[in-house]
Structure formats: structure tokens, C-alpha cells
Design a protein around this ligand. Structure first.
Ligand code: 8NA
Ligand code: MG
Ligand code: MG
Length: 345
């Protein structure tokens, strides 16, 4: 498809919801046999199974708030976005939110609150959360702004409403950048794509806060850059096992252990793979592969889904999958509105 085409917007937003909904089945599982993944996915094709609708979790609930806020305000408005997060949580608290972020969401609903960034800063003894909760909802920022500088700034500030640790919000910046580049068709050249992400993150991570957080958490000086180099090394290898991916990149709830992993899933599944059915297209391979890693499967599949959906476009998504996932149709409509916002004069 053409750069930033409507098909790519729809693909990104719908595949993110699918990843969240189908990934919920395995969230937190230590080992997920590929057989179980393929069984789960084939049930979606089988209407007679009637297993009902797969519900979305916090990932999609918060992404929907981001979308509605960006559309209503025609740009980033932290007060409005914070209010929407708080309201969404109070209306549906059972969507599987991280145990820490719940405190932030409760504080954000207080009418006395003067600084919407303060509750996030109070988390974890003032260090802030490094969870992937900022990154899991970052894709819509890439669909709202054509300029990478706006994508980076707004993804960062949007994440800081709940995640004030640099290892949290920089993960959101990386995820938004990956979707931004994918929308432009940059994944047609995977080596250049990963190099551009590294170049961008070199700059994003070049500051005192990042160096300080990285030192405290005993990570490399530029943690996301280091992980992206690992992604590049794994891409260059002819074979790589699931165990190696987990040990090199992680599959956990930290942004550092899941955003680079999601990017790897997309790049690894550009070609057919022996462990995956030959009749699967690239988008189906990406979702299946993300689930087979185990751990935070809904969030990794959600983030990989957004990047892959922006690359392959809406046509690559099986209709039967869309019908099974709560919120997928809404995401499709939202994508059309974001496309208008993105291309506004
Ligand atoms: P969060 O901000 O509560 O962070 C998630 C968890 O990460 C916290 O509960 C802590 O255990 C840990 N953590 C984060 N920052 C720090 C820190 N500075 N020091 C020590 N520990 C820290 O939630 P979130 O919005 O980032 O959500 C992340 C993930 O958790 C999402 O996938 C979400 O779906 C959720 N979740 C995951 C699972 C799972 O099994 N993988 C299950 C339920 C919910
Ligand atoms: Mg979730
Ligand atoms: Mg999750």
C-alpha cells in the first residue's frame, strides 16, 4: 500500500485489538506450545465452536481513551486524556490492569488533582513505573501526527500520565516510532528499519533521566538501544529458538522486556517459518508467534499487531478473527477518523 494509506491505519488499529483479545488466553503463561496457539486461533475460524466474543483488556481500553481524546481535542490534551483513563477504569475496573497503575488511575479521578502527572511520579517510591502500560497504548499517537517529532513528544507525555520512569515512557516512544515507520512502508527494508529505530532511540535516550534510571536498574547506558542491537543480531541469524528470543529480549511486563520483543516478532515473521502454518500470511504469523513466546502475551501481541497491521494493511486480517474480538469494529471506524486527523491540512 501507499505510505500512510487508510488500509495501513485500519490494519494498525484493528490488529492491535486482535492481539490483545486473542493474546488474553495465554497472558502470564510461562510456556505456550505452538500447538495450543494454533488450536486457539483455528477456533476463531470455526463459527460452530460458538466460543463467543473474546474480550479486550486494559491495553485496548486505554488505547481507546487515547484515540477518543486525540480525536475530540484534535491533538494531545493531557487533562482530557487523564480524565478519560480515570473514567474508563472506574466504569470497567476488571480489564486486567497492572497492580501498580490502579493507584494512579484512582488518583487521576480526584477533582482536587492539580497536576495530572503527579500520581504517576509517586509510583514505586518516586521512581515511577517501568511497565509496558504506556507502550501498549502508544500506537494511536503514530496515527494522529505525521511528524515524527510530534509522535515522539506526544507518545512520551501520554505515557507519563501513568509511567514516569524513563524505561516506561521511552518504551512508548519506541513503539510509536515503530508504528510511524511501518505506516510509511519502512519495513519493506527491515535492516534499514531497525537501523532507523536505533538512530532515533540514540537521541531519545541521550539524557540525564535515562542514564540515571538505567544506572539504578543496572541496565545498559541506553537500554532500548542495546535491546534493538540484540534484535538486529537475532534477525541476522538463520535459525533462532523461542527460548533464545525470551532470554535475549524477554517476554515480561516491563517495557524493556516487551517492546523490542514485539518489534522482533514482526521482523521475524516477514518470511514463512517452519513452526507456523504455510497458509498463514505475515500478519497471522506475527500474532501466532507473539503468543507462542508466553509471558505478557496480550500486550506483546497487541504491540506487534499494531506494527504488523500498519505494514500489511487491513486486507491481511482474517474476517473471522475480526468478528471474534470485542472492539475490533470500533477500531476500524476509529482508524478512519484518525486518518482524517493525520491528513488534515
Ligand atoms: P504497572 O504500572 O502496574 O506495572 C506493572 C508491574 O510492573 C507492577 O505491578 C510492578 O510489579 C512492576 N513494576 C513497574 N515499575 C516498577 C518499579 N519501578 N519498581 C518495581 N516494580 C515495578 O502496570 P502497566 O500498566 O505497566 O501494565 C503492565 C502489564 O501488566 C500489562 O501487560 C497489563 O496487561 C498488566 N498485566 C499483566 C499480567 C501478566 O501476567 N503478564 C497480568 C495482569 C495484568
Ligand atoms: Mg492487558
Ligand atoms: Mg498484558
Amino acid at each position: 500500500g501507499a505510505p500512510a494509506s487508510l488500509s495501513r491505519f485500519r490494519g494498525a488499529l484493528v490488529a492491535a485489538v486482535l492481539g490483545d483479545c486473542v493474546g488474553g488466553e495465554f497472558e502470564g503463561a510461562e510456556e505456550v506450545p505452538m500447538e495450543s496457539v494454533l488450536q486457539h486461533l483455528s477456533n476463531l475460524d470455526d463459527e460452530t465452536k460458538g466460543n463467543g466474543i473474546l474480550e479486550y483488556s486494559d491495553d485496548t481500553a486505554m488505547a481507546r481513551c487515547v484515540v477518543q481524546s486525540l480525536l475530540t481535542r484534535a491533538g494531545f490534551d493531557e487533562q482530557d486524556m487523564a480524565r478519560r483513563f480515570a473514567k474508563e477504569y472506574s466504569m470497567s475496573p476488571g480489564r486486567g490492569y497492572g497492580s501498580g497503575v490502579i493507584q494512579v488511575l484512582k488518583k487521576l479521578s480526584s477533582p482536587q488533582l492539580s497536576d495530572v502527572y503527579q500520581p504517576a511520579k509517586d509510583q514505586f517510591n518516586g521512581r515511577g513505573s517501568f511497565g509496558n502500560g504506556g507502550a501498549m497504548r502508544a500506537a494511536p499517537f503514530a496515527l494522529a501526527f505525521p511528524e515524527p517529532a510530534d509522535v515522539k513528544r506526544c507518545a512520551c507525555q501520554g505515557a507519563m500520565l501513568t509511567h514516569s520512569c524513563s524505561l516506561g515512557y521511552n518504551g512508548a516512544v519506541l513503539q510509536a516510532l515503530a508504528v510511524h515507520l511501518s505506516l510509511q512502508g519502512a519495513i519493506d527494508k527491515p535492516q534499514q528499519f531497525i537501523s532507523r529505530l536505533i538512530t532515533e532511540m540514540e537521541e531519545v535516550e541521550d539524557n540525564k533521566e535515562t542514564r540515571n534510571d538505567a544506572r539504578i536498574l543496572k541496565e545498559a547506558e541506553k537500554p532500548f538501544c542495546e535491546r534493538l542491537h540484540r534484535v538486529r543480531d537475532l534477525m541476522d541469524r538463520s535459525t533462532v529458538s523461542i527460548e533464545e528470543v525470551i532470554s535475549e529480549l524477554g517476554n515480561g511486563i516491563a517495557a524493556l522486556h516487551s517492546v523490542p520483543t514485539a518489534i522482533f516478532c514482526v521482523l521475524h515473521c516477514l518470511q514463512p517459518r517452519e513452526c507456523l502454518p504455510a497458509n498463514y500470511g505475515g500478519l497471522e504469523r506475527t500474532i501466532a508467534y507473539s503468543l507462542a513466546l508466553g509471558g505478557d502475551t496480550d500486550t506483546i501481541a497487541c504491540m506487534a499487531g499494531a506494527i504488523a497491521g500498519a505494514h500489511y494493511g487491513i486486507e491481511a486480517i482474517p474476517q473471522s478473527w475480526i468478528r471474534c474480538c470485542e472492539g475490533a469494529e470500533d477500531a476500524d471506524t476509529d482508524a478512519e477518523w484518525l486518518h482524517v486527523l493525520y491528513w488534515r491540512p
